[in-house]
Design a protein around this ligand. Structure first.
Ligand code: ZN
Length: 630
């Protein structure tokens, strides 16, 4: 038996525990004793104090009330107010997940309802918020997670053993190094390998969609990277340049955990499905299949912001709000019991945004900071979001007045929902007349995911989301476009409209179809809202190319670009000033800064400015270089 479990059992009354299991870094004890389950008289708390780990006591699966009967009991207990939607049983873990519209009403005063469920059914209830907008992808993910509780329990237990079963590889507390497998001096294919004598952890594994061939993928063939040695993957956020290649790791044979927030898991899975779909529609072989996305979802362990968890024997992880998109996190790693503290910002926004709070800046300890530099150049000074919004409102108004259509290529998540909230505000305050806003397939599903996680938004947006009457995403002028036929109709229809469609760089996806349909009419307007990668169609159009050649079967078609083109950058990244302010306000100050995720000139420029202003060591490494942190 594992040493930690032995230590815990010493603190508990004899023979009360029938079984024990790890759920990643958490410890779960099972009991067949009804009374002990309902009231353990503080003994579990004593055990927690002894080992300083999270311990949960559940009823043994053998004494659970039958699922059908438990369902009846639970259904009866929830009044109209809570809005019961669905119930999922995971027998092997003794957990019942109950989805409701109003979790606070369902939990009851001081958790009274939860206590009653335990008393009447022996199941351990987990209350979750139901999505307000129906979405197939969310239903599919749930089905995957809840259907196989036996398998899930085994998997989580295996992860726990890897964390707690003592050190296998050798001497710890000696060195820490990181290798840049992608995303160094470039935007796209972010991928960083952290190594200690004990651990191999991968931070992000993305695809550069603007590149072709091997340039689009990280250097997974680097000698430092061995798939069968990999202990854990940590995903900062769902954009495909960070998440896009994770299913490929499973194709290579990885079977370990992926840590991220819950919205990141859902949005990533949806984006990865889109990668397969786009590849197939362009006649390319996708890098992985559906089964590998499923494997990733099954192996994902979701972590809330500021929840501390062990991920390997010598790495303790905490995710902090990054302010970039829904669920985006900065990854803080406490390595080797205090040997070194490392923060990876991922993509970070320290500026104000209407959807998300600015990124955190307070950490328990910090020695090395790895920061992004997408807009790290001296001249990357963004207008404040409020000004950008006014500018967008004005542009839309002009286009509508001349009878044009407005196309906004967007990343599925982030600016799309921002724009929906903005349009909702403009219509409701009479600043814009009501016109249809078409939300193309994936953006719609992304929006549905957003409605499931109101707690990740700023207080004011959260409040609006929680009320059906003020929820900005439920307005009737938002219309879903689900098929190629509907898409054609939107293009051919008379009259003005706004269209939100992926991809953001006009590389694959519905936005390219709309662009082809709308580009030749000078009344129309195209508004870019995110970074346009080198080599992408978006970059060419933004640069002012007036003739675009498309392959159409064997023939070539020339598209004349006549529509108005504008760029309003509010892509959820910090600009130069916000990056410098972020470092200035980091508490504690880092001793060393590594700059990545930016074009070479921007990385070098930012690194040199940070060095001058803060008098700390900075580097802007290249891909395949390795840095020793300790
Ligand atoms: Zn991003």
């Amino acid at each position: 038996m594992n040493e930690i479990i032995k230590e815990i059992l010493k603190n508990l009354p004899d023979s009360k525990v029938s079984d024990s299991s790890f759920e990643a870094a958490n410890i779960v004890l099972y009991t067949k004793d009804r009374e002990f389950f309902l009231d353990n008289k503080g003994t579990v708390k004593n055990a927690v104090d002894a080992v300083k780990k999270r311990i949960e006591l559940r009823a043994d699966p053998n004494i659970l009330l039958d699922e059908e009967k438990a369902k009846e009991v639970i259904t009866k207990m929830f009044d109209e107010e809570a809005g019961l939607q669905s119930i999922f049983f995971e027998k092997a873990r003794s957990v019942v997940t109950i989805e409701v519209e109003k979790p606070s009403a369902a939990i009851g005063k001081q958790g009274q309802t939860l206590k009653e469920i335990k008393e009447k059914t022996m199941w351990t209830p987990a209350i979750k918020r139901a999505t307000i907008i129906k979405s197939q992808i969310i239903d599919d993910i749930k089905a995957l997670l809840y259907a196989n509780s036996e398998e899930r329990r085994k998997f989580l237990d295996k992860i726990g053993h890897r964390i707690y079963d003592g050190w296998i590889r050798g001497r710890a507390n000696e060195w820490v190094r990181i290798t840049y497998l992608g995303g160094a001096r470039e935007v796209g294919r972010s991928c960083i390998l952290l190594q200690t004598p004990e651990s191999r952890v991968l931070l992000d594994c993305g695809i550069n969609v603007a590149a072709t061939g091997p340039e689009s993928y990280p250097f997974l063939e680097a000698p430092e990277f061995k798939i069968d040695e990999l202990d854990a993957v940590v995903l900062s956020h769902a954009h495909v340049d960070h998440s896009g290649l994770i299913p490929f790791l499973f194709k290579m044979g990885y079977d370990g955990p992926v840590y991220c927030t819950a919205p990141t898991r859902d949005i990533s899975a949806l984006s990865q499905l889109d990668i397969i779909k786009i590849a197939k529609s362009e006649g390319r072989e996708p890098p992985y299949d559906m089964e590998h996305i499923k494997a990733m979802v099954k192996n994902t362990i979701v972590i809330d912001f500021e929840e501390v968890t062990d991920i390997t024997p010598d790495v303790r992880m905490t995710l902090y709000n990054a302010g970039h998109i829904l669920g985006s996190a900065m990854v803080h790693l406490h390595i080797g019991n205090g040997l070194h503290n490392f923060l990876y910002t991922g993509d970070v926004n320290y500026g104000a945004s209407q959807m998300l709070d600015p990124s955190s800046t307070r950490f328990p300890r910090l020695e090395t900071l790895m920061i992004e530099a997408t807009y790290g150049g001296k001249d990357n000074i963004k207008d404040p979001e409020i000004k950008a919004d006014e500018q967008l409102a004005e542009l839309i108004e002009q286009a509508v007045e001349r009878g044009g259509k407005v196309l906004m290529p967007v990343l599925g998540t982030g600016r799309a929902q921002d724009v929906m909230i903005l349009i909702d505000k403009m219509v409701k305050t009479g600043k814009m007349k009501e016109i249809p806003v078409y939300i193309d397939g994936m953006v719609w599903d992304m929006t549905a995911i957003h409605t499931a996680y109101p707690e990740y938004f700023t207080a004011s947006v959260r409040k609006r989301l929680l009320n059906k009457d003020t929820n900005p995403f439920l307005d009737s002028y938002f219309k879903r476009v689900g098929s190629a036929k509907e898409r054609k109709q939107v293009i051919d229809d008379e009259g003005s409209c706004i269209i939100l469609a992926t991809s953001g760089m006009l590389v694959g996806g519905a936005s390219v179809e709309y662009f082809k349909g709308l580009a030749e009419n000078p009344k129309n307007l195209l508004v870019f809202s995110c970074y346009q990668g080198e080599g992408s169609l978006g970059r060419k159009v933004q640069r002012g190319d007036k003739e675009i050649i498309f392959a159409s079967g064997q023939k070539q078609e020339i598209l004349n670009v006549r529509l108005e083109i504008s760029k309003i950058d509010v892509s959820g990244h910090s600009d130069r000033n916000a990056l410098m302010n972020f470092i200035n306000n980091c508490d504690p100050h880092p001793k060393k800064v590594i700059v990545n995720h930016g074009e070479a000139s921007k990385c070098l420029d930012l690194a040199s400015s940070i060095h001058k202003q803060f008098k700390i060591e900075t580097i802007a490494p290249k891909n395949l270089e390795t840095t020793r942190l300790r």
